[in-house]
Design a protein around this ligand. Structure first.
Ligand code: AMP
Ligand code: ZN
Length: 113
């Protein structure tokens, strides 16, 4: 996707602070962290949002979640974390490439919104 910010990060056209990368996924630190440790995990294939997950492409979502515990540890999270995916306007999704926020590094609020 030519005009997708996260596809550009995957391609290396925009720099990122990488935490983990393999042939299927990339994890990097959020540029505007909302917790002491805030990492984004994205598939290297362009999927716009949770709304676009199907039986055909959900394997990559499972793969992301299989890797999230390792990515959280690599990022320095020790005592738990929150995983969030904002989907669509009301959830304030700003980048239309599927991503999962990993938030940790401190006691988080009991409120989720
Ligand atoms: P969302 O609002 O759920 O779509 O999340 C998009 C996230 O991408 C936000 O938390 C932004 O701070 C983050 N972000 C935007 N541009 C960059 C960038 N160049 N590098 C790292 N994170 C970014
Ligand atoms: Zn993309």
């Amino acid at each position: 996707m030519e005009n997708c910010l996260f596809c550009k990060i995957i391609a290396g056209a925009i720099p990122s602070s990488k935490v983990y990368e393999d042939e299927k996924i990339l994890a990097f630190r959020d540029i505007a962290p909302q917790a002491p440790i805030h990492v984004l995990v994205i598939p290297k294939t362009h999927i716009a949002s949770v709304d676009e997950i199907t039986a055909e492409n959900s394997g990559i979502v499972a793969y992301i979640f299989e890797n999230i515990p390792k990515i959280a540890k690599l990022a320095g999270i020790e005592n738990g974390y929150r995983v969030i995916s904002n989907c669509g306007k009301d959830a304030c999704q700003t980048v239309p490439h599927l991503h999962f926020h990993i938030l940790g590094g401190a006691q988080l609020s009991g409120q989720m919104c």
